[in-house]
Write a protein that binds this ligand. Structure first.
Ligand SMILES: Nc1ncnc2c1ncn2[C@@H]1O[C@H](COP(=O)(O)OP(=O)(O)OP(=O)(O)O)[C@@H](O)[C@H]1O
Ligand SMILES: [Mg+2]
Length: 322
């Protein structure tokens, strides 16, 4: 709690090694969650461990072992990049010479080889984000915690940041807990997600498993799309239609036959029918929808008002069955 404000509530979870994203709209509690795991803010109640260290009492040991890229500006403007990064290495306990050598290496790794002697005050947002990443990986941590790593970056810088993180995680075989509200970024790097909203856990699991809850068939029809839509509704399906393209939930194998029968009866031609591969964005919307939030896009969600219906999932089934 921040004073009387409950920022995280009934947040009971275990995150295994690997690449995990902490997802949720603005104000969901992502940064609070991360700061709690790092021992940077004290829990009001509850307990936890990171890499076997207690988050209440062993914050120093946790912070020494992980790499943290905060969302806020954490650099010293009057330092040059190489000294800033070296300093971060020293803070984790590295010897000065090794820290200096590593600072050069990691700055090259994040694409700042030529700018490493420049003062940070002259850096663009992209260069500052890259410097923050260099600070976080100087000691080659087994776990990297990144809060909105692509925040404020243009397309090119964002692509480069994601590629670099991907390399650290996949080729370097390191774990990452990455906080974001950008589904695309998450899908590039992470295999698992933890989704939170208004301080509560709403879903957790492998992206591919979570996507399986949202199996849909995409149907392209020719002539009589409205008739087809009505026929499907009458048959108990709930089509979502955009022009001639419709999607229905695939209940089981028989859904395909049912759709074909309905089309024959309605005298509608089906031009194409295939399983639809949902994006993480689709998944987010489905989950929010099932929890009673009337949102149409994640952009809506970012400004969403409190829901009008009751939404709390059972605390005994965090991320449970939708
Ligand atoms: N230092 C603070 N004092 C009081 N309230 C705070 C503080 N920090 C965060 N909050 C509140 O706690 C809630 C969770 O905030 P938090 O920063 O963890 O969200 P977030 O998911 O990281 O959001 P964003 O996507 O905007 O970074 C919000 O309602 C926020 O206003
Ligand atoms: Mg945040």
């Amino acid at each position: 709690m921040y004073g009387p404000h409950v920022a995280l509530d009934e947040m009971s979870l275990k995150i295994n090694s690997g690449a995990t994203a902490l997802l949720g709209p603005n104000g969901a509690g992502k940064s609070t969650m991360i700061k709690t795991l790092l021992g940077l803010i004290q829990l009001t109640s509850g307990d936890g461990e990171v890499l076997g260290y207690n988050i209440r009492t062993e914050g120093d040991s946790i912070r020494q072992r992980i790499g943290y890229m905060p969302e806020y500006d954490c650099l010293t403007p009057e330092m040059n990049a190489v000294h800033q990064v070296k300093y971060c290495g020293e803070l984790t306990g590295m010897n000065t010479n090794i820290a200096m050598q590593r600072a050069h290496e990691v700055l090259e790794y994040v694409g700042l080889r030529d700018q490493r002697y420049r003062e940070i005050s002259s850096f663009s947002t992209g260069m500052m984000q890259a410097t923050k990443l260099a600070c976080a990986i100087i000691h080659d941590p087994e776990l990297l915690i990144c809060d909105e790593p692509t925040n404020g970056l243009d397309t090119k810088a964002r692509g480069f940041m994601l590629d670099t993180l991907f390399q650290v995680v996949k080729q370097g075989d390191r774990s990452i807990l990455m906080c974001s509200h950008l589904m695309d970024d998450v899908e590039k790097i992470c295999d698992r997600i933890v989704m939170i909203h208004k301080g509560k856990l709403i879903a957790q699991g492998k992206i591919e498993d979570l996507k399986a809850i949202d199996r849909e068939i995409e149907i392209w029809v020719w002539g009589g799309a409205s008739r087809m839509e009505t026929a499907m509704k009458d048959a108990g399906l709930t089509p979502r239609r955009t022009g001639r393209v419709m999607r229905v939930v695939r209940q089981d194998e028989t859904t395909y036959d049912l759709v074909l029968e309905l089309a024959a009866k309605a005298k509608v031609q089906i031009r194409r029918m295939e399983d639809y591969e949902p994006s993480l964005e689709d998944l987010f919307l489905v989950i929010m929808d099932r929890l009673g939030y009337g949102v149409k896009s994640s952009a809506d969600l970012l400004q969403s008002q409190p829901p009008t219906t009751s939404v709390a999932p059972s605390p005994s089934q965090p991320g449970g069955n939708f």
